[in-house]
Design a binder for this molecule. Structure first.
Ligand SMILES: [Zn+2]
Length: 128
């Protein structure tokens, strides 16, 4: 008998019990491997996204606002699509410190009131 029911109790042979334990162990290992694989894929995707974002900040075209634009280049369009960015993509964190100015900050410099990041126009004005 491999298994059976006797007086309301399920009876299982030692051999079946050993096979069940082995199967549970295999399923547990497969589950753990799948979890580790998913975590690894997520880490890789996060790193790839960070690299692509850095490349787009470096090579995409500057626009007003400030924004980044593909300029119609397919490689940049692919990068924008991977990050789910609209074209143009707003980058408010790169805006000139000067109140009311919508240009991109391209200059960092110490001022009497602290470190500032401004557009080239406001950096030149500060030098005068
Ligand atoms: Zn400015």
């Amino acid at each position: 008998m491999v298994w059976g029911v006797q007086a309301g109790e399920v009876l299982v042979s030692q051999e079946l019990l050993r096979k069940l334990r082995k199967r549970i162990e295999t399923l547990t290992l497969e589950r753990d491997a799948a979890i580790a694989c998913a975590a690894s894929e997520k880490r890789w995707a996060d790193e790839a996204k960070e690299v692509i974002e850095g490349l787009l900040h470096q090579f995409a075209y500057d626009g007003p606002g400030p924004t980044l634009s593909t300029g119609g280049l397919s490689a940049l369009e692919d990068g924008f699509a991977l990050l789910d960015w609209q074209d143009p993509h707003p980058i408010p964190e790169s805006r000139c410190d000067e109140p009311g100015c919508i240009e991109r900050n391209t200059c960092g410099w110490p001022s009497p009131s602290g470190y500032r990041r401004t557009c080239s126009n406001h950096w030149i004005e500060a030098e005068r």
